[in-house]
Design a protein around this ligand. Structure first.
Ligand code: GCU
Length: 337
């Protein structure tokens, strides 16, 4: 996916601001704007289109929902800030970047936190685990309304097969803009290069970086597999995306309307999860057969052994997160690997 040209962004913002200040898109309807950074055929966009259809089906006389994909409203960090101020109402942000808004979010960014996809899904569906985290940015003006599956993150490189942590040594690897991801990369021996998602394709192509780490859809939906020929399943993180909403908007909904929106948030989660499995299979197929990407399955334990001390470091620095961390371990024990 290409980033929106920076020169155009201020103009877009000005346009958006005019629209926001003018209040409505037509008649007395309230326009509800949602931004995200994925392409139009990505599961996230499909889920938000289902949300749009649902809200407009139930409350179409009051709300006009508009979904802006592909970083049309800026990078994720830009969009979180627009949601904070209420310039837009919702956006999808990776859990990674939310750690700079509330340290509670750091927990879900830990490498090897969940032992399996099942444990990850169960924990993320458990309100005792997500509740205190999702609420923790209210003082910053926004809160999480649901989570979105973004699969498992793995390393991929232009031309170096990653079979063990030693292979990362000296490589410049793009990571998300989060202190946890920078720390993880440093422990694993690579040189962490934080940047926004939309800049990664060009950075790979111009060899500013040697590789990146992400789920399989980055290879196809974002074209990274045109440049990177090795994708290595070290399974280091399962980092959710989070749909966040402006608190003033949410708090001012009538109880009836809020109920409909809450149902819409549940729909976002379920539609995206349904689409996710199919999308990953299709991405692997396309990456292997059309882009010539080789998928590698290294031994995970050596990567995990290096990263696991980060868990204790986080808990030692944030003892109040202990009950949530332990709740996640209970799901790990219940689900197994
Ligand atoms: C995934 C995730 C995005 C995130 C991106 C990234 O695609 O779904 O929310 O922005 O990774 O690495 O930045």
């Amino acid at each position: 996916m290409k980033s929106f040209p920076k020169a155009v962004f201020p103009a877009l913002c000005a346009l958006l601001l005019t629209a926001v200040l003018s209040g409505c898109s037509g008649g007395d309807k309230r326009t509800v704007r949602i931004g995200h950074n994925q392409a139009a055929d990505h599961p996230t966009n499909l889920a938000l289109l289902a949300f749009e259809e649902y809200i407009e089906g139930a409350l179409g006389d009051k709300y006009d929902v508009e979904v802006y994909p592909s970083e049309l409203l800026g990078s994720q960090t830009d969009m979180v800030q627009l949601t904070q101020t209420g310039a837009i109402d919702f956006c999808v942000a990776s859990n990674s970047i939310l750690e700079t808004f509330s340290r509670n979010y750091t927990l879900f960014n830990l490498p090897y936190l969940f032992v399996s996809s099942e444990a990850y899904h169960q924990a993320m569906d458990d309100p005792d685990i997500t509740g205190p985290i999702f609420e923790s940015t209210r003082q910053a003006g926004f809160q999480a309304v649901t989570w979105i599956d973004a699969g498992t993150r793995n390393f991929y490189t232009v031309d170096t097969p990653i079979e063990s942590p030693a292979d990362l040594k000296g490589l410049k690897i793009r990571v998300q803009q989060s202190p946890t991801n920078v720390a993880m990369m440093s422990l694993l021996g690579g040189s962490a290069t934080p940047m926004g998602f939309g800049e990664v394709y060009t950075a790979l192509q111009s060899k500013v970086i040697d590789g990146a780490e992400n789920n399989e859809l980055a290879l196809t939906s974002n074209g990274h597999g045109d440049v990177c020929k090795f994708y290595s399943y070290d399974m280091h993180q399962m980092i959710p995306d989070i749909l966040i909403g402006n608190c003033d908007f949410l708090d001012n909904l009538s109880p009836e309307d809020r109920g409909v929106f809450e149902e819409g948030f549940r729909l976002v989660n379920s539609v995206e999860r349904e689409e996710w499995g199919k999308a990953v299979e299709a991405a692997k197929e396309r990456a292997a057969n059309q882009q010539g990407v080789t998928f590698l399955y290294p031994e995970v334990q050596p990567f995990q052994d290096i990263c696991t001390p980060m868990h204790q470091d986080l808990i030692a620095a944030n003892p109040d997160l202990t009950p949530i961390y332990e709740g996640i371990q209970q799901w790990n024990a219940a689900c197994g690997s």
